[in-house]
Design a protein around this ligand. Structure first.
Ligand code: HEM
Length: 227
């Protein structure tokens, strides 16, 4: 099957979703691990951020790969939804799912919410365009500062609704990863079908670790554990 034919087929689109999804999972794990350095202290966290900035063109290459992966992931989701709708223009009269989970049924709208989160998040922490913490002046970290990632994180999560927003977004990430991380491996056919698939357990561990690793930061700031 040529590459173009693969792209046009439903299974080809699913394979693109799976591969791009796994690239995004790898980023999310790396980003979470990097963020946890906030618990070591400001010097470590800001040195890490400076190191990433210092990568220069390599950083832009990684950003490009992530951006293309995200666009393809969303585009394939959109196209597969359209194909599904055309195949069944009138929905089921009554539908009581037998084998699907909350995670699998929430992939589409949960994915859209995650997209909204990602746009907000970049405007929040990367560009500083939307920095709600600035409206609650803090003597130590009054406003967004490009060089002080640690200060930005502390300032942001002292505002309870910002923390709540992130914690809720991480719940959607948990659901999305729980289904995506294992179904992608199944789509790509790396493992044989089984009633107790190993990848399901691996995906559960990844989803829970990522959820905890991300959520612990805003919560720790709000509780004053890190300041
Ligand atoms: C509590 C959870 C999170 C915290 C505290 C956090 C923190 C941060 C911070 C401080 C930055 C700016 C880094 C810098 O300018 O050096 C950043 C950038 C970013 N984060 Fe997060 N993040 C979280 C969750 C997420 C999640 C779940 C995703 C994706 C689903 C994500 C995707 C990104 C992206 C794409 C960037 C931009 C990277 C770049 O500038 O190239 N983050 N995050």
């Amino acid at each position: 099957m040529g590459l173009l034919n693969a792209y046009r087929s439903t299974i080809g689109k699913k394979a693109i979703m799976a591969v791009t999804g796994l690239i995004l999972v790898a980023f999310v794990i790396g980003h979470m691990a990097g963020n946890l350095q906030v618990f070591i202290g400001p010097a470590r966290m800001n040195a890490y951020a400076a190191f990433l900035q210092g990568l220069g063109e390599l950083l832009w290459l990684v950003r490009l790969v992530l951006f293309v992966a995200l666009v393809l992931h969303v585009l394939m989701a959109w196209q597969l939804t359209q194909i599904k709708r055309q195949a069944r223009p009138i929905g089921y009269e009554q539908r009581s799912p037998q084998v699907s989970t909350l995670a699998s049924r929430s992939m589409r709208w949960g994915g859209v919410l995650l997209l909204v989160f990602i746009v907000f998040h970049i405007l929040h922490f990367t560009t500083g365009t939307v920095f709600p913490a600035a409206s609650t002046p803090d003597a130590m970290y009054p406003a967004f500062s490009h060089g002080d990632v640690y200060g930005n994180v502390i300032a942001a999560f002292r505002t309870p609704w910002v923390t709540a927003f992130y914690v809720v977004a991480m719940l959607f990430l948990l659901l999305h990863l729980f289904h995506g991380a294992w179904s992608s491996v199944r789509t790509l056919g790396f493992v044989k079908p089984s009633p107790e698939p190993l990848q399901r357990r691996v995906a559960t561990v990844i989803a829970v670790v990522v959820w905890l690793g991300f959520s612990v930061i805003p919560v720790a700031v709000l509780l004053g554990v890190i300041r």
